[in-house]
Design a protein around this ligand. Structure first.
Ligand SMILES: Nc1ncnc2c1ncn2[C@@H]1O[C@H](COP(=O)(O)OP(=O)(O)O)[C@@H](O)[C@H]1O
Ligand SMILES: [Mg+2]
Length: 244
């Protein structure tokens, strides 16, 4: 049975899509069968982060509504065996219910080892859909106060979900020093245990712009951080990266 992990944050632009893509591709490189589901309806871009730009013809709502089987709608990555993507539609179809999304996720659990959902910003209908059938969640935040406050609110909205962990993204030690804050402070504010710390790394944007999955670059910086998160999701003990 596969595990469904929703990647969420409340605030936009914290790195949900980049981290969903980085962790999913790392799991695939580890030999896992991984399905990514973009649930950012109207603003999808997980395809770009995975290097699968605009390849999908069908989206996750086509599968949830019963118009197309999952195996046909999912786009298989040409370079990363085991990695597939179900994209998001441009608008929310009427008749899509949480029950239908949960049924889609149950089918996905029987076919994949891990299902990573890229959640939209905010705590609205898209967020609720991304969270309704999840087994666990990664809340992605940056070190600014508004991102951490939104993370806190997201945690409240995820109440009842088994395991919820924090991923701190775009970390720059000098900036943390200037802000007089630490990763421990961020964990206290969000009220979450830490799953990973991802450094500020220009290769995140460069890789997406070139259509190259971040996880396939040299294993350092954000690539290594996503790899470590994937390892921890697999239950391995990996020390938190020291960022200089
Ligand atoms: N660790 C990082 N280092 C540098 N840039 C990053 C990092 N994580 C994300 N970004 C950049 O931040 C922007 C927003 O990231 P994205 O993953 O789209 O966030 P979200 O999905 O939360 O809106 C993108 O331009 C992305 O390239
Ligand atoms: Mg996004």
């Amino acid at each position: 049975m596969g595990v469904v992990i929703t990647v969420t944050s409340g605030k936009g632009g914290t790195g949900k899509t980049s981290i969903t893509g980085g962790v999913a591709a790392s799991l695939a490189l580890m030999g896992r069968r991984v399905l990514c589901i973009d649930m950012d309806i109207g603003l999808r871009n997980l395809d770009i982060s995975l290097g699968l730009s605009d390849r999908a013809l069908m989206d996750f709502t086509d599968v949830a509504m019963g118009y197309c089987p999952l195996a046909r709608a999912a786009v298989n990555h040409p370079e990363l065996p085991g990695l597939s993507l179900l994209t998001a539609p441009m608008s929310l179809p009427s008749g899509l219910t949480a029950g239908k999304v949960r049924a889609l996720l149950d089918t996905a659990r029987s076919l994949y080892d891990a299902i990573l959902i890229d959640s939209p910003a905010g705590l609205g209908v898209g967020f609720r859909m991304a969270a309704c059938g999840a087994d666990r969640a990664l809340v992605v935040a940056t070190s600014d106060a508004s991102s951490l406050r939104d993370a806190q609110r997201t945690v409240l909205a995820l109440a009842g979900l088994g395991q919820v962990h924090l991923v701190m993204n775009r970390i720059q030690p000098k900036l943390l020093h200037k802000l007089r804050t630490t990763i421990d402070d961020a964990m206290d504010t969000a009220g979450l245990p830490l799953m990973g710390v991802v450094p500020e790394d220009p290769r995140v944007m460069l890789a997406a712009n070139r259509g190259i999955p971040l996880a396939t670059l040299e294993r350092k910086g954000a690539t290594l951080a996503c790899w470590n998160i994937a390892q921890r999701l697999e239950g391995r003990q990996v020390p938190i990266m020291r960022i200089r």
